[in-house]
Design a protein around this ligand. Structure first.
Ligand SMILES: [Zn+2]
Ligand SMILES: [Zn+2]
Length: 303
């Protein structure tokens, strides 16, 4: 595979260097490139924007298995061979990946040794514990993660009903909703992908409102209006490679398509991303110190 290790100064690769459905050799294509634990289900190479999850036959011998649920989430069993599973190492990396600026990349074992199929990029949406036998046959608490596929934030052709309802809210309320939506569940909770995407939408709607029609990177007006008359800007996640999911509003900027392409593919992309990140931190900090952020800022775009 042709992918160079990003130097630490520009630690973000432009995109995810794996194609959904394609086969990769775990040792050669993943560990030789990114590092990380070569055994076990969860690899967490240091300084890498990805957490690698491997699923396959290994869980089944303990009496349970990973897989898609009917609601579209993927159930992924955590690591820990004996005793109760805890939120340490790989399990903690899954739970805290958003805050750590990492994406979860899921690979599925094939019948060919060492060969894995890339399933896609996922986000942690919740977990449950269930009693399952460990390697010694003793019943213990196993953590089953609920992972939701990250859908790249393609703007929908039509504004959804949920989005319209959100757009009617004042900025301060929208911000409160976004902050709440960005918090990862810290207690066992099952969340459907639908709920997860609804959380995501709250963050997106808030950052677009915050930008009020001006790109948060180049500070120019949005290049055009959408069919509904609102300015066209794209949400960009400054810490993770994938654009999607309910990140903290200080890690999501509303940017024009040119800045967005530049950040992901341009020579000075990392620099612009850094500048955007600093700008967002400042904006969010000033919101924190302004009690009851003025609702007048949140009026309809370009009125
Ligand atoms: Zn711009
Ligand atoms: Zn982006």
């Amino acid at each position: 595979m042709n992918f160079s290790v990003p130097d630490p100064e520009n630690a973000r690769p432009a995109g995810i260097p794996f194609e959904v459905g394609k086969l990769y050799h775990r040792q050669r294509d993943i560990h030789q490139v990114f590092g990380g634990q070569e055994r076990g289900g969860i690899a967490t190479p240091s300084g890498c924007p990805f957490v690698f999850l491997f699923t396959g036959a290994s869980g089944e011998q303990f009496g349970y298995s990973d897989g898609w649920r009917s609601d579209g989430a993927f159930a992924y069993t955590g690591e820990g061979q004996t005793g109760d599973m805890m939120f340490v190492r790989g399990n903690r990396a899954i739970r805290d990946h958003m805050g750590g600026g990492q994406d979860l990349l899921l690979f599925e074992a094939t019948t060919s040794k060492g060969s894995y199929r890339y399933i896609g990029c996922f986000a942690f949406a919740g977990w449950e514990t269930l009693n399952a036998p460990d390697r010694k046959g003793n019943l213990r608490k196993a953590i089953v993660f609920e992972l939701v596929p990250i859908i790249e934030a393609q703007p929908l052709p039509e504004t959804s009903e949920e989005e319209i309802q959100l757009q009617e809210k004042p900025l301060a309320e929208l911000r409160a909703l976004a902050l709440a939506a960005a918090a990862s569940p810290k207690v066992p909770s099952k969340e459907s992908p639908r709920t997860y995407y609804a959380r995501s939408l709250k963050v997106k709607t808030y950052v677009l409102r915050r930008a009020s029609g001006v790109c948060e990177a180049c500070k120019r007006e949005a290049p055009f209006l959408k069919k509904d008359g609102s300015p066209y800007l794209e949400p960009h996640h400054t810490k993770r490679v994938a654009d999607g999911g309910p990140d903290h509003p200080s890690s999501v900027g509303a940017v024009c398509p040119t800045c967005h392409r530049l950040i992901h593919h341009g020579k000075d992309g990392a620099k612009l991303n850094d500048e955007l990140e600093r700008y967002l931190a400042g904006v969010e900090q000033s919101m924190d110190t302004t009690p009851g952020v003025s609702t007048s800022q949140g009026g309809p775009p370009r009125s």
